[in-house]
Ligand binder design. Structure first.
Ligand SMILES: [Fe+2]
Length: 274
C-alpha cells in the first residue's frame, strides 16, 4: 500500500489496495484516514453494493434525514447530480449534517460522472486551521458553544423536492430542531482539536451579542478559506474519496457548469461532538 500526500495540510492518495478484496489492509487504510483526514483512491470503480460494504467497515452507514422522513429504514446512498438545470448545493465550505445531534463520522464519495473540466472538490483541515490560531484565540473559541440549524438545508430541499417539499420541510423542522455543538471539538480518536465550522448551518454563538457572534463567525469563515489548510481533488470517473467529518470541512468548486456531474455519497454515523 502506498500513501502519497497530495498537499501540505491534509489529503493522501492511496494506491496498491483493492478495496473489493475483503482481505485488504483495512487497519492501514483507516490509520491513513486518521493521519491524512481525507484519502483518495483513483478509479476504485465500486458498485453501489461494494460502496456500501466498504462503508460498513468504517461504522454504521447512515440513513440520511430526508430519506428517513420518506420512510427509509435501510442505509441510503445520496446521489447528487449537478447540471445545467440544477444549482450546486455544496458550493460553500461546510461540514455535513451538523444540524443533527450526532453528525456523521466520515463520508465515502464515489464519482459516477466526472465533468471533463472543473468540478473538483476541496477539503480544509479543521485541525490545521485550529493549530494556526494564536493561543489566546484558541482559548477563547474553545469555551464557546454554537447553535446549528437546518434552515439553509431546507432552502435547498424546497428548490428540489417538488410537491413533497412542504411536508419534508415541516418534518425536518419537527424531527431536527436546532442543536448545540462546541465550536471547537476534540477528535475522539486522535485527540486533536478541530474547528467545528459548518457554514450556513451554524447560526450563532451562545452567550455573545449578535454583533460579536457575527464577527467571530466571519473571522472563522475567513480563516478556513486560507488555501494553506486545503487540498483539492481532480476527479476521474470511479474515483473514491473518504474523509473524516470530525476533522475537515469541504466544498464543491461549482466551475463545471453546464457540464453534468454525478456523485454517490454514503455517510457513516457519528457520535455527539465534545
Ligand atoms: Fe457536503
Amino acid at each position: 500500500m502506498q500513501v502519497t500526500p497530495v498537499a501540505g495540510a491534509l489529503g493522501a492518495e492511496i494506491s496498491g489496495v483493492d478495496l473489493r478484496d475483503p482481505g485488504f489492509d483495512f487497519a492501514g487504510v483507516y490509520q491513513a484516514l486518521l493521519d491524512h483526514e481525507v484519502i483518495f483512491f483513483r478509479e476504485a470503480n465500486l458498485t453501489e453494493a461494494e460502496h456500501l460494504a466498504l462503508g460498513e467497515r468504517f461504522g454504521t452507514p447512515s440513513i440520511f434525514p430526508v430519506a428517513r422522513l420518506m420512510g427509509a429504514t435501510e442505509p441510503t446512498m445520496t446521489v447528487i447530480a449537478d447540471g445545467p438545470h440544477s444549482a450546486n448545493a455544496a458550493d460553500a465550505w461546510h461540514t455535513d449534517v451538523t444540524w443533527t445531534a450526532t453528525p456523521p463520522k466520515c463520508a465515502l464519495l464515489h464519482m459516477e460522472l466526472a465533468p471533463e473540466r472543473g468540478g473538483d472538490t476541496l477539503w480544509c483541515s479543521a485541525t490545521a486551521a485550529f493549530d494556526a490560531l494564536s493561543e489566546p484565540m484558541q482559548q477563547f473559541l474553545s469555551g464557546l458553544t454554537a447553535v446549528h440549524d437546518n434552515e439553509g438545508f431546507i432552502e435547498g430541499v424546497m428548490k428540489k423536492a417538488g410537491d413533497a417539499a412542504e411536508s419534508l420541510a415541516e418534518g425536518l423542522r419537527r424531527d431536527y430542531p436546532p442543536v448545540q455543538h462546541p465550536l471547537i471539538r476534540t477528535h475522539p480518536e486522535t485527540g486533536k482539536k478541530a474547528i467545528l465550522y459548518a457554514g450556513r448551518f451554524l447560526k450563532h454563538i451562545e452567550g455573545l451579542t449578535d454583533a460579536e457572534s457575527t464577527s467571530v463567525l466571519q473571522l472563522i469563515d475567513d480563516h478556513v478559506k486560507e488555501p494553506r489548510f486545503h487540498c483539492r481533488w481532480r476527479w476521474t470517473n470511479g474515483d473514491l474519496a473518504i474523509w473524516d467529518e470530525r476533522s475537515t470541512l469541504h466544498r464543491a468548486a461549482a466551475d463545471h457548469f453546464p457540464q453534468e456531474r454525478i456523485i454517490r455519497r454514503l455517510e457513516i454515523d457519528g457520535d455527539r461532538p465534545y
